[in-house]
Design a binder for this molecule. Structure first.
Ligand SMILES: [Zn+2]
Length: 448
C-alpha cells in the first residue's frame, strides 16, 4: 500500500516537472475557450426578437424618410437606438453626424446622416480598435416593383436587412460592456448603406485620415433568413465573405472567426466565401477594406430575393434562433480579438519579411512583439501549403522570438505566427508575405 502511494507520488512529480510547455499552453487555451463560452451563453433570443420588432415598427428607416416624427421614419429609429445603447453601463455613445447636400442618383434631397457609435474602451490598449457593425437604414421598392429613390416613405420594415444585424450589435454590446477588454470595441450602426455605403464610407475615410489602428471590421448584414425562394432551408451555416488574395488581412480575419466558431459553437458551420462580397452587391466592410483595413461580411447561407427590399421583410419570415447563433459566434470572435494581445510583427522596419532560408534548406521565422512577456502564454506558429485554404499545422513556440523548420521548402509554404495571452486568448495570425517587386531599370544603348 505504502509503496504504491510512493509510486503514484513519484509519477506525479515526474509529470509536474516534465509537463511539456505545449501541454500547459493547451490548458491555458482551454481557459480562454471557457471564458468565451460563458459569454455567448448570455445571448438571448428574446432580446434579439424584441429589438427586431421595435426596429420594424418604425415602418421605414429610409435615410431620406422622416427625421422628426415620434414613431415613424429614420429619426425615430435613431433616437431609439441611441437610448438603447445609452442604457448599457460602460459604453460611450457618439452621434457621428454629417450633412449631405442632394447628390448623385440616390441622395435626391439634402439630408442629415447619423452613424451611431457605441464605444467600449479598452483597458490597457485603448488605441487598438475592433469594429463590429450593421446598418440601421432600410429601403424598399415602390408598388411597381422598381427602385424609386424619390419614394422615401414607402414601407420598408427591413427586419432582416438589417434590423437583424443591429439587434445582434445591441445584444453583443450588452454582454461585452461589463467585461474587461484590452482593445477598444466600437459597435456601429451605420446609415445610408442603401444609398451606396454612404455612412460607412464617410466613417472609414475619417478613421484613415486620423491614422486609426483598426485591427478588424466585422459587418453583419442579413443574418436571420433561413429559407430561400426555392424552398431550401439552412439554419446550420453562415457565409463569411473576405477578399482575395489568399493571404490578405481580411482572409486571415475570416479564418480567425472560423477557428473561434469551431471551438465555441461546433454545431454551426462557417462557410468562408473567397470573394469580397455577394455578386453585384455591396457591404459596409468594403469602404474599410478599400482604406487598407481587414474587413469581412457575415450573411445568411440562404437568401430570399423576393422578400428583400419589400414590405414583406418582417420578423414573421425570419428565424430568431438562427440570428442568435450568428450573434454568438460573432460575439466570441470580437471578444477574443479584444481580449487577446496585439499580433506579432513579421516585417522589419525596412519592410522586409522576417523570414530566412537559414542553412539553405530551412525556414527561419522571427518576429517582433513589444509587450510584457509575463502577460503571455507564448507564440504559436502556423504552416500551410500556399494553395491551401486553411492552416494545416501549428506548433507552440514558447516565449522566444524565432522558430526554425528544418528541411522544408520556404518557397512552397505559407507561414504565420500569433501570440496567446495568459488568459488563453489568441491574437490574429501575422502572415509572412512576399514583398512586392518593382521592374528594374538599366542604363543601355540599343545596338545598331
Ligand atoms: Zn443590408
Amino acid at each position: 500500500m505504502k509503496k504504491s502511494v510512493i509510486l503514484v507520488a513519484l509519477i506525479f512529480m515526474v509529470v509536474v516537472v516534465f509537463a511539456s510547455p505545449e501541454l500547459k499552453a493547451r490548458e491555458v487555451e482551454a481557459r480562454g475557450i471557457e471564458f468565451l463560452k460563458k459569454a455567448i451563453e448570455q445571448v438571448s433570443d428574446q432580446n434579439l426578437s424584441s429589438s427586431i420588432k421595435t426596429l420594424q415598427s418604425f415602418k421605414t428607416r429610409n435615410l431620406l424618410s422622416e427625421q422628426k416624427a415620434v414613431n415613424f421614419g429614420i429619426g425615430a429609429a435613431r433616437r431609439w437606438l441611441v437610448r438603447e445603447f445609452q442604457k448599457i453601463p460602460g459604453l460611450e455613445v457618439v452621434d457621428d453626424g454629417y450633412f449631405l447636400t442632394k447628390q448623385g442618383r440616390r441622395i435626391i434631397k439634402d439630408t442629415e446622416l447619423h452613424n451611431i457609435v457605441a464605444i467600449k474602451k479598452g483597458q490597457s490598449q485603448e488605441e487598438r480598435l475592433i469594429i463590429v457593425n450593421a446598418h440601421y437604414d432600410t429601403i424598399a421598392v415602390s408598388r411597381d416593383g422598381k427602385f424609386n429613390y424619390e419614394d422615401v416613405n414607402t414601407e420598408a420594415p427591413g427586419a432582416n436587412d438589417d434590423a437583424s444585424g443591429v439587434a445582434a450589435l445591441l445584444e453583443m454590446a450588452r454582454i461585452i460592456a461589463p467585461l474587461e477588454t484590452e482593445a477598444t470595441i466600437q459597435f456601429i450602426a451605420f446609415a445610408g448603406e442603401e444609398q451606396g455605403l454612404v455612412g460607412s464610407t464617410l466613417y472609414a475615410q475619417k478613421m484613415k485620415q486620423q491614422r486609426k489602428n483598426i485591427e478588424a471590421v466585422l459587418t453583419l448584414d442579413m443574418i436571420a433568413n433561413i429559407e430561400d425562394g426555392l424552398g431550401y432551408v439552412d439554419s446550420t451555416r453562415v457565409r463569411v465573405f473576405s477578399e482575395d488574395p489568399n493571404d490578405s488581412l481580411s482572409r486571415e480575419l475570416a479564418r480567425y472567426v472560423r477557428r473561434t466558431a469551431q471551438v465555441v459553437l461546433p454545431h454551426f458551420e462557417i462557410e468562408l466565401i473567397f470573394r469580397s462580397d455577394r455578386f453585384g452587391r455591396g457591404g459596409d466592410h468594403t469602404p474599410f477594406v478599400l482604406e487598407g483595413y481587414p474587413g469581412i461580411r457575415f450573411t445568411e447561407a440562404r437568401e430570399n430575393y423576393s422578400i428583400q427590399h419589400t414590405p414583406m421583410d418582417t420578423i414573421d419570415n425570419l428565424s430568431v434562433s438562427y440570428c442568435a447563433d450568428i450573434t454568438r459566434l460573432t460575439l466570441a470572435s470580437v471578444l477574443s480579438l479584444a481580449c487577446a494581445p496585439k499580433a506579432p510583427e513579421v516585417i522589419s522596419e525596412r519592410g522586409v519579411p522576417l523570414l530566412r532560408r537559414g542553412q539553405g534548406y530551412d525556414a527561419e521565422l522571427s518576429w517582433v512583439w513589444n509587450g510584457n512577456k509575463k502577460e503571455i502564454s507564448g507564440f504559436k506558429i502556423y504552416v500551410r501549403d500556399t494553395k491551401a485554404p486553411f492552416w494545416e499545422r501549428s506548433y507552440f513556440a514558447g516565449k522566444g522570438d524565432s522558430f526554425t523548420f528544418k528541411n522544408v521548402s520556404i518557397d512552397n509554404l505559407t507561414f504565420g505566427v500569433s501570440v496567446i495571452g495568459a488568459n488563453g486568448l489568441e491574437s490574429l495570425i501575422s502572415i509572412y508575405r512576399m514583398p512586392g517587386r518593382r521592374q528594374a531599370e538599366y542604363v543601355f544603348q540599343e545596338l545598331k
